[in-house]
Design a protein around this ligand. Structure first.
Ligand SMILES: [Cu+2]
Length: 168
């Protein structure tokens, strides 16, 4: 084998090993931190599972807006509920200094550009009415969020029993 041919083999071998190293690195960075998220995504979603006989429950999640424009959540639907609303929990201090919790329906909820909104116990939540079946832990159900100015998003949320709900 001539010297130049040996050199070519040497270079090819180095290039191949360099390539496989690169692809390993590319793969791990994609799975770990390099995932480009687009539009609106939802994380940590769950539907509160209640004892049988309850026709109303709540759902919680974090809505993330990866866009450079605000997204206004204006509607919620789910096949398990005859209707659903966006609610806000409020702690009110009465004249006797007693704190009472109340909730009210809000028409919309803005998810700021590049930011997120948490729907969690004691704060914003989705209220689901007219449940036909009791929800059991381990089930998963679809929830569809509609936005003004942003694309509609359907997610699948697991049922988590209220008994296993993390205190926040
Ligand atoms: Cu509510």
């Amino acid at each position: 084998m001539s010297l130049s041919k040996k050199l070519v083999f040497f270079i090819v071998a180095i290039t191949l090993s360099a390539c496989s190293d690169n692809s390993d690195m590319a793969e791990s960075s994609v799975t770990k931190s390099n995932v480009v998220k687009k539009g609106v995504t939802v994380s940590d979603a769950y539907i509160r599972g209640l004892p049988p006989g309850q026709a109303v429950t709540a759902a919680f999640m974090t809505v993330n807006n990866h866009q450079d424009k605000d997204c206004k959540l204006v509607g919620v639907t789910s096949p398990i509920a005859s209707s659903a609303e966006i609610h806000e929990h409020r702690h009110k201090t009465g004249p006797d200094n007693k704190v009472t919790m109340s909730m009210r329906r809000v028409d919309s909820l803005v998810v700021p550009a590049g930011g997120n909104v948490s729907l969690q116990p004691g704060g914003y939540h989705l209220m689901m009415f007219g449940l036909e079946n009791s929800l059991k832990e381990g089930e998963e159900h679809t929830i569809t969020l509609s936005f003004e100015g942003c694309e509609e998003l359907s997610i699948i949320a697991p049922v988590q029993s209220v008994l296993n709900e993390k205190a926040k």
